[in-house]
Structures are given as C-alpha cells and as structure tokens.
Design a protein around this ligand. Structure first.
Ligand code: NAD
Ligand code: MG
Length: 348
C-alpha cells in the first residue's frame, strides 16, 4: 500500500509512505539510525535485517517525552560530528513520535538540513506523527515550542512493530485515527464502527486511511495556515486535561479522546452535530477502552488554561468542531458562556 504526499509549495518535497512489511533496502551513504533502548531491544535486530548502508551507525537516546529536548538533540549532533556526517548523510528515526520529532528536528538543523527517513514504531506515530513534516522538541516553556517543518524523504510503516505495543499505547493511536475519521471522512468512520482493529488486515487498512487523510490535509496546507489546524480536533480540550493532570494520568491520545467528547458537546450545543452522532463517537472511543469522561473541578480555571496553549493567538482560542461526522469547522468565535455551560456538564 502506498500513499504519496504531493506538496504544492515545493515539488521536490513530495515523498512516499509505504504501509507494509519493510522490504530490504540499501542506502549508498552514511546513515545513522536514531532510536531508544526500548525500541532497540525489541526491534532493532529485525530492522537491521532489512536495512544496510555504506556506513551505518546507531545512536541511542533515553526513552521518554521528558528526553525530547535540547540535551538529546546535542547528543545526536555530537555523534554526527564525531562520525563526520556531511550534507549527503542521512538519519533514520526509529521509534515512536518522540524519536521521530527529535530526529527530524536534528536533521533539519544539522549543516542546515540533511535528509531523514521515518520508521515509526507506535500506532500514534504511524498514523500521525511520522506524516507531515512537523518536527521539534520541548523546553521549559512547553511542548513542541522549538522546531521546524522538515519533510522526511520517505516513511516506512511496518505494522509488524505494533505487536509489542502496550494496550494503552495502542488505544492512544486509535484515538488519533478516530480523530481523522470524525473530522474528514464519514465512510472511514462507518468502517471503524464495524471494524476490529485488533485484526491485522483491518488495522493495516485503517492505518492507510488515516495516513491518506492526514497526507491530503498536509498537501493542502503544509504550514498550518488553515485546514491543517483541524487535526487538532480534541486537542484544545485535551491539552487542558493534560495540563491539569500534569501529564501523569492520561496518555496524549487518551486526553484527546476526552477532548473530542467535549468538543462534540460544544458542536451539539451549536447545532453542528446531533446528539446521536456525538454518542456514536463516544461509543467508538469506548470500544477501544478510551476514557470519555473527566471531572472538571473548576470550570473557570479550565477555561483560563485554554490560553496557555501556544496554538491560541492572544486572546482567542481556536476550536475545532465536528460538523456532523466527516466534516469540520475551525473557529475562534465561540461564545465564552456557551463553552462554560458545556464545561459545567463535566463539573462535579
Ligand atoms: P513515544 O514516542 O513516547 O512512544 C511511546 C512509548 O512506546 C515509548 O516508551 C516508546 O519507547 C515505546 N515504543 C515505541 N515503539 C514501541 C513498540 N513497537 N513496542 C513497544 N513499545 C514501543 O510516544 P508516541 O505516542 O509514539 O508519540 C508521541 C509524541 O509524538 C509526542 O512527543 C508528540 O508531540 C509527537 N507528535 C508529533 C506529531 C507531528 O505531527 N510531528 C503528531 C502527533 C504527535
Ligand atoms: Mg495528537
């Protein structure tokens, strides 16, 4: 299965995303695989049986979102300089979204930018993070505040890696799949309702559809001037939930699941969606054991936290609201009182 992203702005930026068992591939150049100990322990041997290069190095960084920072980037850069990587050399991101974002960002700055390839190993990174060229790291001011748009040369999505993924991590990826279906593709949503993503072939089809959906959006709006923001459906609320729970209670995809339920309530209140459709989304999330409820202790403080989100410009918050199932509206003109009344439904 293959998906192509034809990026309008810069023609030579288009690349292929292959969703299949990785075929043997040789790169006639210096290549560094950037990974972490967990992914390396589980899957590096398999990956190395598929890939070879003129010179091949493995760079390992610590596992975890807390290491998606400048220190890890420095560690990777140091290794590249030590091994005398040049502008023709290449990086391969081998891991989840953390490795993908960080490797892509390092590739974007090393000698003003070198090629990189994404080999995502979590469901979330296969359907979302590895596609679209957003790269970056976190700092003390927040998540992904330092970064660059740097498109990979290719993305190899091998569902084989998912066999070792913990159940909750799998669910977090499913949440992002559901996100794409609700906002962009009603047929895909119908398919997901009847499908069982634990079936390998069904999962591969769902990954393909999610990637195709994201690729279409990115091709239309690479730098997020408009439409691409729709991929943040569920995230406006989800970020507040992650913030309130200090990133400890929920995985990102889980917080987004609750966030989608909240956004749907707003959509229902604005007559953009009927309650039955909101219920269908909730039930689909629950089918994958994703959380769909959350107790808001203080609605005003929850509302204020919207403004900490970097994606909110000055005093306006952008809401991504589904229009039925398969449509989306991006707006920063939602009445504060309406939001508060929806938030109160989640109150004690
Ligand atoms: P992650 O990279 O932290 O991976 C989750 C955990 O699973 C890690 O411990 C990882 O080592 C482990 N893991 C990876 N592959 C595994 C496998 N096959 N089997 C078992 N364990 C495995 O998290 P994630 O959910 O993949 O990605 C989240 C990150 O992606 C965030 O930093 C987020 O900002 C970023 N992201 C970026 C974009 C984008 O467009 N660039 C989009 C969405 C998310
Ligand atoms: Mg997300």
């Amino acid at each position: 299965m293959q998906v192509n992203i034809p990026l309008k702005q810069t023609v030579d930026n288009s690349y292929d995303i292959t969703i299949d068992t990785i075929k043997k591939v040789h790169f006639d150049k210096k290549v560094a695989i950037v990974t972490n100990p967990k992914v390396a322990g589980l899957h590096l041997a398999y990956f190395l049986s598929k890939i070879s290069a003129k010179e091949l190095y493995i760079i390992t960084v610590p596992d975890g979102e807390e290491y998606k920072n400048q220190d890890s980037v420095d560690l990777i850069l140091e290794s590249l300089f030590n091994h005398r990587f040049n502008r023709k050399s290449m990086l391969i991101a081998f891991g989840g979204g953390v490795i993908g974002d960080m490797t892509g960002y390092t590739a974007s700055i090393y000698q003003r930018g070198i090629d990189f390839v994404q080999v995502p190993t979590t469901l979330l990174s296969q359907v979302d993070a590895s596609v679209g060229g957003k790269t970056g790291i976190n700092n003390s001011y927040g998540k992904n505040l330092i970064g660059a748009f740097h498109q990979p040369k290719a993305v190899y999505i091998d569902p084989h890696f998912l066999s070792t993924l913990p159940k909750r991590e799998f669910g977090a990826g499913v949440a992002e799949i559901i996100k794409m279906a609700v906002t962009f593709n009603r047929n895909f949503f119908d398919f997901l309702e009847t499908a069982d993503l634990h079936d390998k072939e069904v999962l591969q089809e769902a990954i393909k559809q999610a990637v195709q959906t994201k690729a279409d959006v990115v091709a239309k709006d690479e730098k997020e001037h408009g439409l691409r923001a729709a991929l943040n459906y569920g995230h406006t609320f989800g970020h507040v939930i992650e913030n309130e729970t200090k990133y400890k209670t929920y995985l990102h995809g889980e917080a987004v699941a609750i966030g989608m339920v909240m956004a749907n309530e707003v959509a229902v209140a604005m007559n953009l969606m009927i309650p039955q459709e909101a219920q269908r989304v909730k039930e689909l999330l629950q089918k994958y054991d994703l959380p769909t409820s959350y107790t808001i202790e203080d609605v005003n403080s929850f509302y204020e936290t919207f403004f900490l989100d970097k994606k909110s410009l000055d005093a306006s918050v952008t809401f991504i609201l589904p229009v039925g199932i398969g449509g989306v509206k991006i707006t920063d003109e939602v009445d504060k009182e309406l939001i508060l009344s929806v938030l109160r439904k989640f109150g004690n």
